[in-house]
Write a protein that binds this ligand. Structure first.
Ligand SMILES: NC(=O)c1ccc[n+]([C@@H]2O[C@H](COP(=O)([O-])OP(=O)(O)OC[C@H]3O[C@@H](n4cnc5c(N)ncnc54)[C@H](OP(=O)(O)O)[C@@H]3O)[C@@H](O)[C@H]2O)c1
Length: 298
């Protein structure tokens, strides 16, 4: 299988490279080598590399900044997927795209199924919804919604918390927004599974299992990091409300995704989020030696 990975320098992109099947023939293009908001460049890349599958890990992910940068966010999150859909259709490639739990307004109190009605509350979420709708115009494409993605690569809530725990004497973390942390390496494995299953199309949900608030997640990160000497001291962490910690973008109070259809279709169990966090922190201490796939990193 020849696979083109876009956004290959991001945390999910790097995990897609790291976790690629050994026989995958990879073309991994980061933002510098393929701007997905450039229609001509997208068409050329797909025509040149002739992938069987396109795994789109590129996105504008600065949720708060997007409130001031609608055009930039929309170009990457909505127009880019639109261009990728057309290029994939022209080249006969399967497109696998990633979206977000933030497409929901958070008013629910039980997990959102993939048939629940989206009601995005932020610019980022609106652009991501436009992107998933564009991709789903191709009946053979796949969109996977996920949430709270982290990895040992790049910037994410875990790396930000570890930095703050090393530099601050105490922290305040929001305790009234509930979601599911998701390991990017697990999500990458799910994307590779979809890549090999052309009978599975449409909209799917994937996260690690269980849920927590940001505060509960921060407490778990600190406890697990102390256990591994990634931190040399603990700091007090105080729960605060969303009202106490205003941000430019509104975030859903509850955005747990129901992944049961994906679990049944792929035959792949979810990992409890805390177990996946432990594994990632173990890998920060001792990075695994994995066989390298053949990668053409342009
Ligand atoms: N992170 C989360 O908590 C979260 C939650 C739900 C869903 N998601 C979704 O998961 C997917 C993967 O996100 P991630 O966490 O891996 O984000 P990430 O680490 O920010 O990676 C996104 C990558 O896309 C690149 N990019 C930005 N604009 C681009 C463009 N025009 N063309 C090509 N590449 C471009 C970025 O480059 P620069 O860094 O140079 O800008 C970055 O390398 C995205 O679809 C995101 O919306 C993420």
């Amino acid at each position: 299988m020849r696979a083109l990975i876009t956004g290959a320098g991001g945390q999910l992109g790097l995990e897609l490279i790291e976790g690629a099947p050994p026989d995958a023939d990879l073309v991994a293009l980061d933002r510098n080598t393929l701007d997905i908001a450039d229609e001509g460049a997208v068409g050329d890349a797909v025509a040149d590399h002739k992938p069987d599958v396109i795994l789109n890990a590129a996105a504008y992910t600065a949720v708060d900044l997007a409130e001031e940068e609608f055009d930039r966010a929309d170009a990457v999150n909505a127009a880019g997927p639109d261009f990728l859909r057309d290029a994939a259709a022209a080249g006969g490639a399967r497109l696998i795209h990633v979206s977000t739990d933030f497409v929901f307004d958070g008013a629910a109190s039980e997990p959102y199924g993939s048939d629940a009605v989206p009601a995005p509350q932020s610019v980022y979420a609106k652009t991501k919804l436009r992107g998933e709708m564009a991709v789903l115009e191709n009946p053979g494409a796949v969109v996977i919604r996920t949430s709270r993605v982290y990895s040992r690569f790049g910037r994410n809530f875990v790396s930000s918390m570890l930095d703050l725990m090393r530099t601050r004497d105490e922290l305040q973390v929001v305790d009234d927004q509930i979601g599911s942390p998701t390991s990017a390496s697990g999500l990458a494995q799910v994307m590779w599974r979809f890549a090999g299953r052309s009978n599975l199309t449409g909209l799917w949900h994937w996260t690690d299992s269980g849920s927590c608030t940001w505060y509960e997640w921060a407490c778990a990160i600190q406890a697990e990091a102390l256990d591994r000497a990634l931190l040399i001291r603990g700091v007090p962490i105080h729960p605060v409300s969303t009202a106490d910690y205003p941000t430019s973008a509104s975030r859903p109070a509850y955005s747990v995704l129901d992944c049961s259809r994906t679990i049944a279709a792929l035959g792949l169990p979810q990992r409890p989020w805390r177990e996946a966090l432990s594994t990632m922190l173990d890998e920060m201490v001792a990075p695994p030696a994995r066989p390298k796939p053949s990668a053409d990193k342009a």
